[in-house]
Design a protein around this ligand. Structure first.
Ligand code: NAD
Length: 256
């Protein structure tokens, strides 16, 4: 039920953080993993870590906001394996922290392109590939910012709210065709992205940590574990959901 042996899997953002941890976790589960990222050095490090664990991992550099790059990765996977079973559309950026009136328009567009357009493009090319080989599972990385309004992060929150919308539409369009589409909304997860964000916005970082009921951040492996579950047949009736993995951050309410 939980088996992912020989499944053919694409993971984007595989050069760092949640994507790297997920690529390694899928590989440990026996899947044939294709990790994509724009950061060639980071991808090489992910591959090095895989080899050190006796795992095989294919890597490709791409910009997930560009249609030709995204299409080329899916085509490469089909050429090599003849099928695609799972896609984890996970690459993303936070963008700067500015009030809306100060938010640079080009920066807004870039965050939307990397975080939202990329998920649309991923699914646009992954869905036909999965239909060819009898279905599959797609997981998109949203964020708790898909449910909340973190001040200063208009582009990020808008992009992640959008990921939830795209996930629902894709799930609706494909549930009867054997493709399950879901999203994960991680909370505060210890990755290089969060380290950079904390430096940029230390007050928010401190607030976030103390507000988490679990009183700790997540490790990237805890998000990877959720992706593996959603990809597996153990989640066979989970469709169109955004699974919040946040140590209780968005429960609301307060401690007694
Ligand atoms: P990270 O910075 O460690 O990893 C993100 C990866 O995406 C990097 O390797 C980066 O090179 C890659 N990337 C960025 N732009 C790209 C592009 N245009 N094309 C290809 N690759 C690109 O960050 P992370 O924390 O692992 O984030 C992964 C995902 O999780 C993101 O979508 C992020 O928004 C989401 N997320 C993270 C947190 C957190 O607390 N870390 C919380 C909620 C959501």
């Amino acid at each position: 039920m939980y088996g992912l042996q020989d499944k053919v899997v694409i993971v984007t953002g595989a050069a760092s953080g949640i994507g790297r941890e997920s690529a390694l976790a899928f590989a440990r589960a026996g899947a044939r993993v294709f990790g994509g990222d724009r950061d060639a050095e980071g991808l090489a490090e992910t591959r090095r870590q895989a080899s050190a664990q006796g795992l095989r991992l294919n890597v490709s550099t791409l910009d997930v906001s560009l249609p030709n790059d995204v299409e080329a990765l899916v085509a490469e996977v089909l050429r090599s394996e003849g099928r695609l079973d799972v896609a984890f559309n996970n690459a993303g950026i936070t963008g700067g922290a500015h009030r809306i009136e100060d938010y640079p328009v080009d920066d807004f567009d870039r965050v939307l392109a990397v975080n939202l357009r990329s998920v649309f493009l991923g699914m646009k090319f992954q869905i036909p590939a999965m239909l060819q080989s009898g279905g599959g599972a797609i997981i998109n990385t949203a964020s708790v910012a898909a449910l909340t309004g973190p001040g200063g992060m208009s582009a990020y929150a808008a992009s992640k709210h959008g990921v939830q919308g795209l996930t629902r539409v894709a799930a609706m369009e494909n549930a009867a065709r054997g493709i399950r589409v879901n999203a994960i909304a991680p909370g505060w997860t210890e990755t290089p992205m969060v380290a950079a964000n904390s430096r940029q916005n230390p007050r928010f970082a401190e607030l976030a940590r103390t507000a988490i009921p679990a009183k700790r951040s997540a490790g990237p492996g805890e998000i990877a574990a959720t992706a593996l579950w959603l990809a597996s047949d153990a989640a066979s009736y989970v469709i169109g959901q955004m699974l919040v993995v946040d140590g209780g951050m968005t429960i609301g309410g307060f401690e007694p």
